[in-house]
Design a binder for this molecule. Structure first.
Ligand SMILES: [Zn+2]
Length: 52
């Protein structure tokens, strides 16, 4: 499960595998299952990652 993090009263979801942060829980879960399965990141997913 992606870890929920609150910064400046905004919620982010962190992929536990690669550590990227996402605004959407669905995207974070997608990233996490991809990372776990393929042991690499999918650029189509990580392009949605945000800086926190
Ligand atoms: Zn990931």
């Amino acid at each position: 499960m992606p870890k929920k993090l609150t910064r400046n009263s905004k919620a982010y979801y962190i992929c536990e595998e690669c550590g990227f942060a996402y605004k959407g829980k669905v995207t974070a879960r997608k990233c996490e299952s991809w990372c776990r399965k393929y042991k690499s990141c999918n650029v189509e997913i990580t392009k949605h990652a945000v800086e926190i």
